[in-house]
Design a protein around this ligand. Structure first.
Ligand code: UDP
Ligand code: MG
Length: 320
């Protein structure tokens, strides 16, 4: 089996308006870097627009393009996993379909990889153009909170845009979890990983495919996948509450001996409500982990491939 020098893997969900420009720019960048010895892997993640039709048309004109049609929308991280599973290059570049990550940086990233002898060159966002204040704020907060609670150092302000060596990718693909937070999993793999600063461009067309609900489940997968801090939180809160109630006992004891009036209903309610809230929160956190344990224990395939257009070198169509 011939391994191309470079695979470029791109998950796409409702990106029909971006695909032609994407293909032109990615193809030019790849030719500039490695000549014809590359493959472009587009994964259609159950788009509801014309994405798959456009991919088939592109695959018919470009023998280096492989298009994979998943059976439904499996989500960004699983669509990316499907593409990574099926690509066969010696180096792998991960890209978003909306051209927010400029493919033209490929040459510079390869130069850094060669100069540093690195296995991963990850792109760090210096600036983000054309994104809402809300998105920038939540993203900045997310990466900082994540950094505090995880044991694996996950680089700040880094998306999935990165260049990887084959051995780093194979290590990543050996991780079987269902809840996949790929940028964290790559960090966990180790080897030599170096940052590469860039300015994130505006979306080429369309709007973000990450509504708040997807952002939240992405964040939960990240935290629960890389940290047990929320579980430990329960015991920490318990300790603090114990200290607090001890102080309260002293206070009540003093009141008893000095004969001051019995405290009223308000304080009782306050404590009851507060404790109720804490208990619900902690129970909820335990539920989050339990739910994930349940999902993992089912060992379902990560994704299902419905169709392939173009030459696919890997064979798997079920992602285990
Ligand atoms: N994406 C996907 N499946 C989804 C949601 C998004 O494959 O369910 C792809 C999308 O097409 C894009 C990438 O994931 O290539 C990142 O999504 P987007 O650009 O909408 O996220 P943002 O840049 O706004 O964070
Ligand atoms: Mg985007």
């Amino acid at each position: 089996m011939h391994r191309p020098a470079l695979s470029i893997v791109i998950p796409c969900y409702n990106e029909a308006a971006c695909l032609d420009a994407l293909h032109a720019r990615v193809s030019a960048a790849a030719h500039g870097a490695v000549g014809g010895d590359h493959e472009i892997v587009l994964v259609n993640d159950g788009s509801r627009d014309a994405s798959w039709a456009v991919m088939q048309r592109l695959a018919a004109t470009d023998p280096r393009l492989v298009a994979i049609n998943l059976s439904r929308n499996h989500g960004h991280q699983l669509a990316l996993t499907a593409g990574l599973d099926l690509c066969s290059g010696d180096q792998i570049l991960i890209l978003d379909a909306d051209l927010q990550d400029p493919p033209e940086l490929l040459n510079d990233m390869r130069a850094v990889m060669a100069a540093e002898g690195a296995d991963v060159v990850y792109a760090v966002r210096r600036r983000r153009e054309g994104e809402t204040f809300f998105k920038k704020l939540t993203a900045a907060a997310f990466y900082r909170v994540l950094d505090r609670v995880t044991d694996t150092p996950i680089p700040l302000d880094t998306g999935d845009f990165r260049l990887m060596s084959r051995r780093a990718l194979d290590a990543l693909l050996s991780m079987p979890e269902q809840a996949r937070f790929i940028r964290g999993m790559v960090a966990w793999v180790g080897f030599r990983q170096v940052p590469f600063a860039y300015d994130r461009a505006e979306r080429h067309a369309g709007e973000t495919k990450y509504p708040l609900s997807k952002m939240l489940s992405f964040a939960f997968d990240a935290v629960t996948g890389f940290s047990t801090a929320p579980l430990r939180f329960a015991s920490h809160i318990g300790l603090w509450l114990f200290a607090l109630s001890f102080l309260l006992m002293i206070y009540i004891g003093i009141g008893f001996f000095t004969g001051s009036a019995v405290q009223g209903w308000t304080s009782t309610m306050l404590v009851t409500v507060f404790l109720g809230a804490v208990q619900m929160f902690v129970l909820g956190m335990i539920g989050e982990y339990l739910g994930r344990l349940y999902v993992e224990s089912k060992r379902r395939p990560l994704y299902l491939v419905a169709d392939v257009a173009g030459p696919v070198r890997g064979v798997a169509t079920l992602g285990y």
